[in-house]
Design a protein around this ligand. Structure first.
Ligand code: GDP
Ligand code: CA
Length: 321
């Protein structure tokens, strides 16, 4: 069986660890289609936060406490950049992490697509699942906010990169909407349509629906491949008991006026039979009374406390499929 997972970074990586453990027992093949909307160029380096979170987590190199970046990280370069007053100073790049971005940027500059670069980086990390960026093209999530810029007293709207909204402002500025810059012209990355065509089931990881899953679905052709494919599509709720377990999905959902509930997110994805993407929606047992129009809803414990608990979630999702 071929399992395809749509995923963001940290939440998706934890879920993928469970999918991988399940697949090791069954011999199933796993492909992860990873969000690139968080990608950004800083200090001349191409940074892919979600691809790296997944790669480091599955490769055993992630920092479990911080949740992002490398374990045993040092910050010499960051401190040196700060000594120059080099901006952006609000974005932490660790020394070990920088090596990844150097290799990636060098390969991209030499003309390799991001999918090939990711495969090359994974030769070191051996994540045990195939990692594909949603697109090889530039697709960046920007956020339209009210942030007065220096010398600007009109308090007008401006678009900032998602990383600035998330890391610098913690999503705590008046926010109007998210824009997936470049999405209209983006094509699914090499391998993505083939993966979806050969999928026996597609799982939507319990990732941020607004800024991790939506940018993947914004790639023209990708959403269609999902909605017209033969594989059942099962979503796993990132919201438990009206709260995002970790992270700031509540801030993102508020911008869309979507309630931060399992029903709200299920409704945002929608049923495939009525123009949405899902055939089934897996919610936590505390949300067992959730209903979403036209969608089969099942409940199971959705706390990814350890790998065994996550494998049980994956089993429940596959049973629903
Ligand atoms: P990011 O790209 O690093 O922000 O990570 P993702 O978008 O892949 O995942 C972030 C989301 O994972 C958060 O918004 C949470 O709602 C969700 N999440 C984190 N831990 C858990 C968990 O244990 N169970 C469930 N169901 N969701 C979780
Ligand atoms: Ca992310």
């Amino acid at each position: 069986m071929h399992i395809v997972v749509l995923t963001g970074g940290i939440g998706g990586a934890r879920f993928l660890a469970g999918v991988r453990a399940y697949a090791r027992e069954t011999g199933d093949e796993v492909t992860a289609v990873v969000n690139v909307g968080d990608d950004v160029i800083m200090h001349g380096l191409r940074i892919c936060p979600d691809l790296d979170s997944v790669m480091y987590t599955l490769g055993g190199g992630a920092d479990p406490e911080r949740g992002w970046g490398r374990v045993g990280e040092t910050w010499t370069v960051k401190n040196e950049l700060a000594a120059y007053g080099a901006e952006p100073s609000w974005f932490g790049l660790g020394d070990k992490d920088i090596a990844t971005h150097l290799v990636r940027t060098t390969m991209l500059n030499a003309g390799y697509p991001l999918s090939a670069v990711t495969e090359a980086l994974c030769a070191r990390w051996q994540p045990g699942v195939r990692l594909l960026p949603a697109t090889d093209d530039r697709l960046e999530t920007h956020v339209v906010v009210d942030v007065p810029a220096a010398g600007d007293d009109d308090g007008g709207q401006r678009a900032i990169h998602f990383q600035e909204w998330w890391v610098r402002y913690r999503g705590d500025v008046p926010t109007h909407r998210f824009v997936f810059v470049g999405a209209e012209a983006a094509k699914p990355a090499a391998g993505v349509l083939d993966a979806l065509a050969s999928a026996d089931v597609v799982l939507v990881a319990p990732s941020n629906p607004v800024v991790s899953i939506a940018p993947i679905l914004a790639v023209p052709g990708l959403r269609e491949a999902l909605t017209t494919g033969r594989a059942p599509v099962i979503g796993v709720s990132p919201i438990i008991g009206d709260a995002p377990v970790r992270g700031m999905a509540d801030r993102c959902l508020a911008v869309l006026d979507v309630p931060c509930t399992a029903a709200g997110v299920g409704g945002l994805y929608g049923a495939r039979s009525t123009g949405g993407i899902l055939d089934g929606w897996l919610v936590d047992t505390t949300d067992a009374r959730t209903t979403v129009p036209d969608l089969t809803v099942r409940a199971a414990p959705l706390w990814m406390t350890d790998e065994a608990a996550t494998v049980a979630m994956v089993r429940a999702a596959l049973e629903l499929a």
